[in-house]
Design a protein around this ligand. Structure first.
Ligand code: F6R
Length: 236
């Protein structure tokens, strides 16, 4: 594992964007695994800058996002599809038909999960998976449990996740209680994993996840078994 500590969110974002840019430049049809939340906002802004400067071309990229809230469609401004369109896809030259986010409104979420995994497999897997980390150690929405789940699946969000994510909603009651998330298989099969985290509040979970025991009670700890993981952490 490559653990990099930097002293600002700006540096973290620049470094993360560089790593993703290198993958895009180095591969003919790159498959980007993407995340939402606060952590990647700076990274996406840097990628957009690189695109605007003519340094990056997203036309051959496909993207697959980690997760989506159950019951929110892409028009809903709290959905992760909306987040991705607003913060990245609408600002770069990626083909919208090649951007995938799990469908949280699918009538059969278990078939949706199976189809999502098959689609990733058919794409040849993920070239780089960008991740944030929850205060409880979740990656995607793989919450602490007594087992790791392999497939893309339906999850009940933890109270701490609902609390943390309520900052984006009018009230805590508005936060969906369930989500559909990529499971550990597609994440662990990604050729490269890049996890970014910032803020003092994440310090303890970062230590547990990357320097503690590998346990499904700290889902991100499974990444210690991946052969190409970069973690960028800024306390600020
Ligand atoms: C989002 C996701 C989550 C977030 C995590 C951290 O797609 O998969 O695992 O990465 O909840 O969120 P932030 O970055 O808002 O602290």
């Amino acid at each position: 594992m490559n653990f990099i500590k930097v002293d600002s969110y700006d540096k973290l974002s620049e470094m993360a964007a560089e790593i993703i840019a290198d993958v895009i430049k180095g591969k003919e049809n790159p498959v980007l695994g993407l995340a939402t939340g606060s952590s990647p906002l700076g990274t996406y802004a840097r990628l957009v800058e690189k695109y605007e400067k003519g340094e990056l071309d997203f036309s051959s990229c496909t993207s697959v996002n980690l997760d989506e809230y159950v019951g929110l469609d892409g028009e809903n401004d709290q959905s992760y599809r909306y987040f991705m369109n607003k913060n990245l896809f609408s600002k770069i030259n990626i083909d919208m038909n090649k951007t995938f986010v799990p469908n949280g409104c699918a009538s059969d979420l278990s078939s949706e999960g199976e189809a999502y995994d098959k689609m990733i497999e058919d794409l040849g897997g993920i070239d780089i998976q960008l991740l944030g980390i929850g205060l409880d150690g979740h990656i995607g929405f793989n919450e602490p449990e007594d087992f790791f789940t392999k497939e893309t699946h339906l999850v009940k969000l933890d109270e701490s996740t609902i609390e943390a994510n309520s900052r984006f909603f009018a009230s805590k009651d508005d936060v969906p209680k369930q989500a559909i998330t990529m499971g550990m298989y597609s994440i662990m099969q990604a050729k490269k994993v890049l996890l970014i985290a910032n803020g003092k509040a994440k310090k303890e979970i970062i230590e547990k996840a990357f320097f503690g025991k590998i346990t499904p009670w700290v889902p991100a700890s499974i990444l210690q078994l991946h052969s190409d993981v970069t973690v960028i952490y800024s306390e600020n």
